[in-house]
Write a protein that binds this ligand. Structure first.
Ligand SMILES: NC(=O)c1ccc[n+]([C@@H]2O[C@H](COP(=O)([O-])OP(=O)(O)OC[C@H]3O[C@@H](n4cnc5c(N)ncnc54)[C@H](OP(=O)(O)O)[C@@H]3O)[C@@H](O)[C@H]2O)c1
Length: 328
């Protein structure tokens, strides 16, 4: 891969300088082992929310690490890190805004060092496929001294319903600077199940799981399946990178986000990730969820607006396995 993303992390002191105080300095370092929580960074996001829900269902204590958490955690404000790390026994690490941005490696390395100093034994990192920056972040976690597991994930199904594509789908016009590269979209529920296994079970430490769904789909294929399931007129429109950036700018999207997404589409949607991997099968002993099932559940939940098709035509499943709720 060549080049680097044209945008950096948002402002603020470098993690190395700003972490400052270490939790090891606290009196009574470490919480009682009995109720030590599992820290879920991005615990209200697409995978983090699902990880947190599953851990709670298992009766395990969970601490959410996000800007709206209590205490708040912000990747851009390293002084907020110690309070969420303290006393945790394991951490699910999702970085914001993306592992590709400059500063990601340093931030995650610094966070992992802080975690280790404070007796966090396990780190499960959410990573992305085919991206050199993400692989550098993975290496930082491997070198941290923690029991690590890497989840190198394909694009989530839920980007169409909980991410920035949801409005485009609702409006019926999904314009993206990608053409015919196939992507093995993966379900955020599968990513979360693998994460929970790695956080709570033996046998996953030191493993890299490449997580994909069971089929390669182009964006045109994916949008067509959504249109069929909803009975709505939703179309995919390939556009140039420049035209895409101009459309986002006209819609008032922040320049840093425009730079990031155009970079990501350019770099990782060139066909390099157009192959299926077996991470879900290896980690969970079962096949990954299919995009079609996600689309059925999400259409039934009305996330993309009222379905134009008769219910019998739309789905062919009797009960949704989960209700998708847009969060972003
Ligand atoms: N989306 C994909 O298809 C995909 C695929 C592979 C890998 N990844 C990787 O997954 C990670 C998460 O991406 P995502 O798009 O799926 O996002 P996401 O997890 O849905 O992001 C939202 C979460 O991040 C928190 N958050 C946002 N800004 C934050 C900040 N500055 N500091 C701390 N927490 C913050 C949000 O809570 P608050 O608003 O309360 O802070 C929320 O919990 C990225 O590193 C990305 O590279 C994504």
């Amino acid at each position: 891969m060549t080049g680097s993303p044209p945008t950096g992390r948002r402002g603020g002191p470098s993690p190395a300088r700003a972490v400052g105080r270490r939790l090891g300095d606290r009196p009574g370092r470490g919480a009682p082992t009995i109720a030590r929580p599992i820290l879920v960074l991005g615990g209200t996001g697409k995978t983090g929310r699902r990880v947190a829900e599953r851990l709670r269902t298992l009766g395990l204590p969970v601490r959410i690490g996000s800007r709206s958490g209590d205490p708040p955690f912000d990747w851009d404000l390293p002084h907020t890190w110690p309070n969420v790390v303290w006393g945790a026994r394991a951490a699910y690490v999702t970085f914001q805004p993306d592992l590709a941005v400059p500063g990601a490696v340093e931030a995650v390395r610094e966070f992992a060092a802080l975690a280790r100093e404070n007796d966090v034994r396990r780190i499960v990192l959410l990573s992305g496929r085919g991206e050199e920056g993400a692989e550098n972040v993975e290496q930082a976690v491997r070198e941290s001294g923690a029991e690590w597991t890497i989840l190198r994930s394909a694009w989530f199904h839920q980007n169409f319903s909980e991410g920035y594509l949801v409005d485009a789908v609702r409006e019926g016009d999904v314009a993206l600077p990608v053409a015919y590269a196939g992507e093995p979209f993966v379900d955020a529920d599968d990513v979360a199940e693998v994460a929970v296994a790695a956080l709570t079970e033996d046998g996953h430490a030191g493993r890299l799981y490449e997580l994909t769904g069971p089929r390669l789909l182009t964006f045109a294929d994916a949008v067509e399946e959504i249109a069929e399931a909803t009975g709505r007129d939703v179309r995919f429109r390939p556009v140039s990178s420049l035209a895409y950036a101009a459309e986002l700018e006209a819609a008032g999207v922040a320049p840093a986000f425009i730079s990031l997404v155009t970079y990501l589409f350019r770099e990782v949607m060139d066909g390099r990730n157009a192959w299926l991997a077996d991470g879900v099968q290896r980690a969970l002993g079962r096949a990954p969820r299919d995009f079609r099932d996600y689309v059925r559940r999400t259409a039934m939940a009305g996330v993309w607006g009222p379905s134009a098709a008769a219910p019998g035509e739309t789905v062919g499943v009797t009960e949704p396995t989960a209700v998708e709720t847009p969060v972003g």
